[in-house]
Design a protein around this ligand. Structure first.
Ligand code: FES
Length: 115
C-alpha cells in the first residue's frame, strides 16, 4: 500500500500490488483499510469482492475459480459467487458479497474503498 488517493466522497483508490504477483486464475486475500478483500485474477482481468463468504466466515480467496463462469467457489460448503456481481450462483449462500471497483494502471492493481 504505497499509494492512496482520496476523493471528496471519502472513497479512495488504494494500491494493492503488482498484477504480475497474482498468477492468472488465482486469488489472494488482501486486507486494506479495514476491508477484507478477495483479489481475483482471471486471465488478465482483475476482480475484487468481499473475502468473507456470506454464508459463514470463510475466505473466498481460498476457493476454486471457474474462469469460464467467472465465479469463485467457497471451499467450505460449495457456494459459488460471481466475481462480477458478487451474487451467489449456488446454495447454501443466498446473500451477495460486496463488489469493489478495481483498476490496473501500469501493471499495478488499485481498488476503491470507502472510509
Ligand atoms: S461458508 Fe461459504 S458456503 Fe458455507
Amino acid at each position: 500500500m504505497s499509494d492512496t488517493s482520496e476523493r471528496t466522497d471519502g472513497a479512495k483508490m488504494i494500491e494493492i500490488g503488482p498484477l504480475a504477483d497474482l498468477a492468472p486464475d488465482s486469488a489472494r486475500r488482501v486486507d486494506v483499510d479495514g476491508h477484507r478483500l478477495a483479489v481475483i485474477r482471471i486471465g488478465d482481468d482483475v476482480y475484487v469482492i468481499g473475502d468473507e463468504c456470506s454464508h459463514a466466515d470463510y475466505s473466498l480467496a481460498e476457493g476454486e475459480i471457474d474462469s469460464d463462469d467467472k465465479t469463485i467457489e467457497c471451499w467450505k460448503h460449495g457456494s459459488a459467487f460471481s466475481v462480477e456481481t458478487g451474487d451467489p450462483t449456488s446454495m447454501p449462500a443466498i446473500k451477495p458479497v460486496a463488489v469493489y471497483t478495481v483498476r490496473v494502471e501500469d501493471g499495478v492493481i488499485h481498488v476503491e474503498v470507502s472510509s
